[in-house]
Design a protein around this ligand. Structure first.
Ligand code: 13P
Length: 264
């Protein structure tokens, strides 16, 4: 991890926790981090609850001055109009979301989202001042056929061609085979693909953009393995699923600078 890039730990709750559970969870997480004397400038924390929780968490974060950014798990390519069930980036911005996840492999699979759709969603996010977290990653089959980097690099290239170097964005490398499987990539595997993604950013948006853009790793990240990922040059944070739903696990994960790693 390069020191100029502020680490980002992002909790993707997926379709878990209703708004009452979300309030209780976020209060407890705030207390746990306060007790642990967590310093927000060291590590940025962002929460990605279901849409129905966003207003409740916005209110709680503001009322209690909690050190969390808010993000959504998806957005529409459209800004408004006849698109039943979709949610506009404008509405997310009005709830003080900073981030929005685009291109998660579960949306690519469940909703047949293509690279072009994901590029359009990234552009829609920027139109409303949201920072897209662009997810890319290969399946086990892709890995066998093409190696680890080809599919993520191809997916990212389509999105970057639609954005400009002045757009804020974050990239998340999430190998599909590592998501929810308990079988995380090794820190070296994650770093190798993150390096290839950084080179892609450099060739499309230039070396300065590549140097400042954060690249996260996601897929079975937990308190026990976060420090080894964060010890690698090109990994600037994590997109965490299951482990972000447990207060003590997630709070320990956020405090990774305190962990000792034997393979760093
Ligand atoms: P897990 O951490 O549960 O493997 O999920 C990763 C993920 O998909 C985050 O977006």
């Amino acid at each position: 991890m390069a020191t100029m890039r502020r680490p980002l730990i992002a909790g993707n709750w997926k379709m878990n926790l209703d708004h009452l559970q979300a309030i209780a969870f976020t209060q407890k997480l705030g207390w746990a981090l306060k007790d642990a004397k967590y310093i927000a400038s060291d590590v940025e924390v962002a929460l990605f609850p279901p849409f129905t929780d966003l207003r409740s968490l916005q209110t709680l974060i503001n009322a209690d001055s909690l050190p969390f950014e808010l993000g959504a798990q998806d957005l529409s390519v459209h800004d408004d109009g006849a698109h039943t069930g979709d949610v506009s980036g404008a509405f997310l911005k009005a709830l003080e979301c900073s981030y929005v996840i685009v291109g998660h492999s579960e949306r690519r699979a469940d909703h047949h989202e293509t690279d072009d759709t994901i590029a359009a969603k990234s552009v829609a996010a920027r139109r409303h001042g949201l920072t897209p977290i662009v997810c890319v990653g290969e399946t086990a089959e892709d890995l066998e056929l093409h190696g680890a980097s080809k599919v993520p690099v191809d997916q990212l290239t389509v999105v970057l061609n639609s954005l400009s170097k002045d757009d804020d964005y974050v990239v998340a490398y999430e190998p599909v085979w590592a998501i929810g499987s308990g079988q995380a990539a090794t820190a070296d595997q994650a770093n190798d693909v993150a390096r290839a993604l950084r080179e892609t950013i450099s060739s499309v948006h230039g070396p300065d953009k590549a140097e400042t853009t954060r690249i996260l790793y996601g897929g079975s990240v937990k308190a026990a393995n976060i420090a080894s990922f964060m010890s690698r040059e090109h990994v600037d944070g994590a997109l965490v699923g299951g482990a972000s739903l447990d207060v003590s696990e997630f709070s320990s994960l956020i405090q990774f600078p305190k962990h000792v790693t034997l393979d760093s």
